[in-house]
Design a protein around this ligand. Structure first.
Ligand SMILES: [Zn+2]
Length: 62
């Protein structure tokens, strides 16, 4: 496990331990969450979360 940089589209940078070797760009983080929940209908929001989890599943499993 190495400390890796996660960069969110909102500009927030996180350092997390992962096996992934490169910087990782993410589309949503806990910083964006309230923004999305306010501005996107709940049905759309749950779809976004599902897609996100599917996409990044590989990183979080390790
Ligand atoms: Zn963010």
């Amino acid at each position: 496990m190495i400390k890796q940089k996660f960069i969110c589209v909102c500009g927030k940078i996180y350092f997390l331990y992962t096996n992934y070797k490169k910087e990782i760009n993410i589309n949503i983080c806990c910083n964006c969450h309230p923004y999305y929940s306010k501005n996107i209908k709940k049905s759309n929001f749950s779809t976004i979360i599902k897609n996100f989890n599917k996409k990044y599943e590989i990183y979080f499993k390790k």
